[in-house]
Ligand binder design. Structure first.
Ligand SMILES: Nc1ncnc2c1ncn2[C@@H]1O[C@H](COP(=O)(O)OP(=O)(O)O)[C@@H](O)[C@H]1O
Ligand SMILES: [Mg+2]
Length: 375
């Protein structure tokens, strides 16, 4: 059963929900016996750009559709600006969605597409005209009113969809993988354009993607999802530097994850014996105790080739080198099993080893993180 909130209760709810623009509490959604979203809590701050990031099928679209009102949760509550929206249909929720497939009306002009929501809201013709022109200007399509969607490129169509969403001045903008159909260069450009536009407008935004770079570049905070749940909700930098588990670490950025066992744990760190028989000191977030199976996260850019005065470097053999010019990745095989990726910035100046070379990899203090082994 879904908890209801009466109008008289609203101020109290607003206080409880801490002034968040969007609050999800204990949301569950099943399709038949399959659970798509499970016990999901989320608080989105006003004006924030929050990204739901996770692999295909983890429940991102389902979550967005429940916020928009296209789907009804089986349990839990959704509040927009502190107001329970359970009884509100999508068109009364003050949200606007941008879809992966643009979803423009092909038989309407660009202007008619963008003005659709305003006409539904019975705004005067003159006002619609001015606001449509303003929205098209904001997305870089000033003067495109009379074109047909079919005459536009994919990127331009997505800009029209963006204009159609912002023109109604929604409280919350919802984006479902809007850049996934575009090629890389355009995607990179539109990432920044959407981000800048969102900052200018200050509209609370929830952005769905499976692309970690997109999430890192665009977001104020990222909710990393897996199997219908949020694994971690934090600022991009925190997610990158302090992932709470191996799943998050593996999903964000390049990572070496090496299994091991914690042999001693204190408040400032722990000692881990890796499966390669190497032993190292690692930081941990308090979730690791002696005897635990762990995964040690070593980011490629935190490792150094050579001994660099390290007490116990990890010794291995170079098996592959990927040189991209400004950055190279040296792949080192350790104990014939584990492969370590080591980033070498400016390889032209520093020089690179060759495949087959025996080499030492040093782990600077603070570079290793012990994470609870994946469930
Ligand atoms: N209408 C539906 N009927 C049945 N199963 C669905 C439906 N929509 C989504 N699912 C299932 O729910 C899970 C989450 O889907 P979805 O929210 O689309 O994931 P994502 O957007 O993260 O890729 C998936 O296992 C998917 O197959
Ligand atoms: Mg999806």
């Amino acid at each position: 059963m879904i908890a209801r909130v009466d109008a008289a209760e609203e101020p109290a709810v607003r206080a409880r929900t801490g002034g968040y623009a969007v609050t999800l509490r204990g949301i569950r959604k099943q399709f038949g016996s399959a659970v798509a979203v499970e016990d999901l809590d989320l608080d989105v701050r006003p004006g924030e750009f929050l990204t739901l990031l996770g692999p295909s099928g983890c429940g991102k679209t389902t979550t967005l559709n429940m916020i928009a009102g296209f789907l009804t949760p089986n349990a839990g509550r959704i509040l927009l600006d502190g107001q329970d929206v359970h009884r509100l249909p999508p068109d009364r929720r003050d949200t606007a969605m941008v879809f992966q497939q643009y979803a423009l009306f092909p038989h309407l002009t660009v202007g008619q597409n963008v003005g659709y929501g305003l006409r539904m809201r019975k705004r005067p013709k003159a006002e619609v005209h001015v606001r449509v022109a303003g929205a098209l200007d904001r997305v870089g399509l000033a003067g495109y009113e009379d074109r047909m969607p079919g005459q536009l490129s994919g990127g331009q169509q997505q800009r029209v969809a963006l204009a159609r969403a912002i023109v109604v001045q929604p409280k919350v903008l919802l984006f479902d993988e809007p850049l996934s159909n575009l090629d890389l260069k355009l995607r990179e450009q539109l990432r920044l354009e959407i981000k800048h536009l969102q900052r200018e407008l200050g509209t609370t935004s929830i952005f769905v993607t499976h692309d970690q770079t997109e999430a890192l570049v665009m977001s104020d905070r990222i909710a990393v999802m897996r199997a219908g749940r949020v694994e971690q909700l934090d600022a991009p930098d925190t997610i990158y530097r302090h992932p709470v588990n191996a799943f998050v670490a593996g999903f964000i950025g390049q990572s070496n994850l090496i299994p091991g066992v914690c042999t001693e744990a204190g408040p400032d760190g722990c000692t881990v014996r890796l499966t390669t028989s190497d032993t190292l000191r690692a930081r941990h977030a308090g979730a690791v105790t002696e005897g635990d199976a762990v995964q040690v996260l070593l980011r490629p850019e935190a490792l150094r080739l050579g001994t660099e005065g390290a007490a116990a470097p990890i010794v291995g053999r170079v098996v592959e080198i990927v040189n991209e010019g400004s950055l190279a990745t040296v792949v080192v095989e350790v104990s014939g099993a584990v492969r370590l990726r080591v980033s070498v910035p400016d390889p032209g100046a520093l020089g690179l080893p060759a495949p087959g070379d025996d080499i030492a990899v040093s782990v600077p203090p603070g570079a290793a993180h012990a994470l609870p082994a994946d469930r």
